[in-house]
Design a binder for this molecule. Structure first.
Ligand code: PGA
Length: 233
């Protein structure tokens, strides 16, 4: 793992956008994107830049089950707001949280991921060490799957909703096997609340109980952290 230490998320965003720029310069074609508060500074830098994704492909890590793409809490809505409305891709793939056949939807995503291997995958990390919505205990060898969100994640994400009862209980997520197939991975973490998960990701055992720990076994990972998130390393 290569580390980039920054003073704050804004500086992290500048460094994060630089990683995207380098990937484009190296002819990356497919980008794996994330949602949540962490990537926003990177997306802000990208949308201010002259980087061009109009002949590229994107995949998103996850989506809540049951939310329409027009729901402001859906990750479809988030991606349009923070990225695609300014920097469109030739094709953006997201899991469809309203799919009538969950099985068919997951199979569709896996087929697409096989067809268009991800060159650069952006990740945040949950307080419990999740990546995407791969919660602790998720087998490392899963591809796309349905997830029952943990109480910790529902509580953490309730800050974006009017109340905790509105937070979906289930989501679709790209699996860890697919994440690990990306040529390069960029993980960003900011703030004291991520310090435990970051320390375990780096120094702890590789265990399904701390999903991000699998990244110790990937050959090309860049971690951007601020001082608070790095405080327990
Ligand atoms: P956050 O979420 O960026 O909103 O902190 C990260 C995650 O849960 O993966």
């Amino acid at each position: 793992m290569k580390f980039i230490f920054v003073d704050n998320p804004n500086e992290g965003g500048i460094k994060g956008a630089q990683v995207f720029k380098n990937a484009l310069a190296n002819n990356a074609k497919t980008f794996g994107l994330a949602t949540g508060s962490t990537p926003i500074s990177t997306y802000n830098e990208i949308t201010k830049s002259n980087l061009d994704f109009s002949n590229k492909i994107s995949f998103n890590l996850d989506e809540y089950i049951g939310l329409k793409p027009t729901n402001p809490q859906s990750y479809h809505f988030y991606m349009n707001k923070y990225f695609f409305s300014v920097k469109p891709f030739a094709q953006s793939y997201l899991l469809n949280g309203l799919a009538t056949s969950e099985e068919a939807e997951l199979a569709r995503y896996d087929r697409l991921l096989e067809k268009y291997p991800i060159d650069l995958q952006l990740l945040g990390i949950g307080k419990n060490g999740h990546i995407g919505f791969n919660e602790p205990g998720t087998p490392f060898d899963l591809t796309s799957h349905k997830v029952k969100l943990t109480e910790s994640t529902i509580k953490t994400n309730s800050r974006f909703f009017n109340n905790i009862n509105e937070v979906p209980k289930y989501a679709f997520s790209m699996g860890i096997r697919s994440i690990m197939s990306s040529k390069q991975i960029l993980l960003e973490a900011y703030g004291e609340k991520k310090a435990d998960a970051v320390a375990k990701m780096i120094n702890g055992p590789v265990t399904e109980q701390l999903p991000a720990s699998i990244l110790q076994t990937h050959q090309n990972v860049i971690v951007i952290v601020d001082e608070a998130a790095a405080s327990k390393i």
